[in-house]
Design a protein around this ligand. Sequence first.
Ligand SMILES: O=C(NC1CCCCC1)[C@H](C1CCCCC1)n1c(-c2ccc(-c3nnn[nH]3)cc2)nc2ccccc21
Length: 233
Amino acid sequence: KEKVEITKEQKALTKVIVEAYNRHQIPQDVAKKLLQDQYSVEENFLLLTEMATSQVQVIVEFTKSIPGFLSLDHEDQIALLKGSAVEAMFLRSAQVFSKKMPNGHNGILEERIRKSGISEEFITPMFNFYKSIIGLHMSLEEQALLTAITILTPDRPYVKDHQAVEKLQEPMLDVLRKVCVLQHPQEPQYFARLLGRLTELRTLTHYHAEMLTSWRMNDHKFTPLLCEIWDVQ
Ligand SMILES: O=C(NC1CCCCC1)[C@H](C1CCCCC1)n1c(-c2ccc(-c3nnn[nH]3)cc2)nc2ccccc21
């Protein structure tokens, strides 16, 4: 049985990523807000665009803290942020959904999201993804490293220097693999299952533009930042 050892450098890298991840947290208030009141479809859509807009800003700050990211070609930096924004949003939404809440609140939250105004056909794949994330019981390190790995995906559209991105993503994958072995010793396949969620995430984001326009309301308004990032309007 291979003895897994995290090196000093890998510990330092994990610390930087987890600290950046903690620093750039979306306030949990979206779940609290949803539990407080029932909102109209229009209010829910506005809440989504506000939360998503602030999360994009948060993800930019998080990404800038990833060692080496700012040394990448500037256009590649934009391509990576743009290419991962929707995945990062659903990953963060899944993490918000997976937070243990006082009795019954998780049920209310699920109910409010189901009735928020998203069209039926997207509710099932979205919750299947959320529930598969919950089933993994990810640690904070795993959540932070997985988010960084998602952003540093070399094969995003318009990325010119794939190699340079791979060189940043690989050390993250190495340390995530070791963290998984150390934190889930009973599940040798845990790391593979974790990466499998990224594939499920890509299929979910495949429908994203259609999902947005299918909210049961007219005149979907977006912030300028979301128009840039989400390729809408
Ligand atoms: O605010 C939200 N997510 C933010 C979480 C933090 C990061 C930035 C996004 C939305 C809520 C908006 C208001 C109505 C209910 C859902 N949300 C979603 C969600 C729902 C539909 C789409 C979508 N995308 N395109 N069409 N619909 C995206 C995300 N899943 C959630 C799971 C737990 C908690 C909130 C959740």
